[in-house]
Structure formats: structure tokens, C-alpha cells
Design a protein around this ligand. Sequence first.
Ligand code: LMR
Length: 329
Amino acid sequence: MDARKCLTTMLLAVMVFGSIAIAAAEPVVIRFSHIVSENTPKGQMALKFKALVEEQLKDKFVVEVYPNSQMFDDNQIFEALLLDDVQMGAPSMSKFSVYTKKLQLFDLPFLFEDMAAVDRFQSSAAGQELLTSFTDRGLIGLGYLHNGLKQLSATKKLVTPNDAQNLKFRIMSSDVLEAQFRAVGAESVKKPFSQVFNLLSTGVLDGQENTWSNIFSKKFYEVQPYITESNHGVLDYMVVTSVNFWEGLTSEEQSALKSVLDQAIAHGNELAGKKAMEDRQKVINSKKTEIVKLSKAQRNAWVTAMKPVWQQFEGQIGQDLINKAFSTN
Ligand code: LMR
């Protein structure tokens, strides 16, 4: 090889390897898609995650947050994760049933007495095992995030379970929730979160169940004259990614990301309790809806009507898991 050829080859090699080195240094983009407002525990957690990554891991990762179903609606997120169109999300656990039946646990009415019990269960060995219980379906849970306890809203005052008879409620895509409303003689329709306000305001549906933060941020209270403070179930999330994405990271990257995510989740969880109280108060202050409080005996009538649902699903969820969750009360 003459000197000129040799120099050209060397230059080419420098250009090729140099550009590979530059490409390798590009931060990995993590698209985080969710369906709620930014002013909610999940919205704030996602923004905190983005900020912490910018602060602590900006050479390695960049987080883009897409709120309000901008990118994907409720259940579309799972397929999007599997296709690597997004890398993270935090769907409500009521929406996982295609991938695992075990998370239906969280939908059982009146299973947890309060959010402290939910927290105890989620951090127990049984709760932690659930995070990796569906990796064979290509998804992996990275942590739990709270929203809070659900309330019932409707066009009619709901005091006794009979009051719900023949009303049509919007539910998340969960068979347990369908059975829960059937247990009080009501109908239910599985619809995406982004459609709830319209379905209620146009009178297509009569009611829905949700947390104070979702009822407030999506203005459901403006189109529902009554909200029964039932605290009958929990709406919590699992932060998920795909096994493919997660396993594509080095173990150092995984632990760095997990540590930042844990901080963001802790922030979201702390906010969840506060927001539930604040948003409840804002709904009361609005005077646009009547808050229906239940006496102990009145609430017990709902427990009696809805609790048989547990038995219907114990085969799918596992009696042992239900017992462990209940024992955290
Ligand atoms: C719902 O669909 O009502 C909730 O899952 C929305 C959410 O993500 O909090």
C-alpha cells in the first residue's frame, strides 16, 4: 500500500470509529406516556422522574413525558411498550388483566382499609414478587405508585347499594370492577379515561368511580351532581417497562435508573395523600356537586353487597394472595 492509500484508510477508520463513539455517547431516550393531568400524583411523579434524570443522569438518559392520553390511550400503552414506541408508563393496575390476572387483586372492593395497608402490602415480599410476575409476557414492573381510594359519582344520590340499580357506570377494563357493579344491580361499560367526561356530560353514562385527584383534575364533579364518599376500592399504578428495554441496559444503568425512579415514586406517593385531601376540598368548595357521606351501617351495606366478588375471582388471583393482602389491614 502506498503512503497516500495508507493515509486515506487511516482517515476513514478515524471517521467511522469516531462517529460510532459519538453515536454511543448519545443519551437513551425514555418516553413516558400516561393518561392523566400533570396536576396529579402520576403527572407529578413523571415530571419529577424527568427532572431527576436531568439532574443526575443526563449523559445517559433523557426523559420525555407525554400526559393526558396525548400519545396513547389506556390499554394501548402495553402494546406500545412491547413495540418500543414508549419505554415507560404507569397504568392503573385495573388495566393489566390481559398480561396477568394476579393484579386483579387490587380491584377487589373493600380489600384494603386505607392507603397505609396498600403500602404495607406493596412493600411486602408478596407485593414485590408481583412486579416480576409477568416477565414472560414481555413486561416488567419497576415499582408501585399511589393514587388513592375511589369514590362513586352519579346522577343520583347513592346511599344504599339499591340506589345504584340499573344505573350505567364507566369502569376501567377490569372484570372485577364489572362484577362489583353487577353485585349492586348496576351495569358497567369499559371505556378509556379520556372519554369519561364526555360520556358523563352527554348523559350516555350515569356514573363512574375514581379518586379525588382524577375527579377534580378531569372535572367529573362538574357533570355529576352526587359523589358518595365510599372509599370502596383502590386505584394504584405499576410503573412498567418492557423486558427488552430493561435488559438492553447495563446493570449499572439499571440501578442508576431504578434509584432515580424510586425517588420520583416516593415524591408521587407523598403527594398522593396530600392531593387526595386537597382535591376533595376543592370539589367541596366548588359547590357543583353534593358529597354524600355514609354512616358506618350504610357503608357496611355496600361491603355486604360487593364482597362476594372476592370469591368469584379467588381462583384467578389466588386465595393465598388475597389473605396476605387482607392481613395488612
Ligand atoms: C382511569 O382510567 O380511571 C384511571 O386509570 C386513570 C389513571 O390512570 O389514573
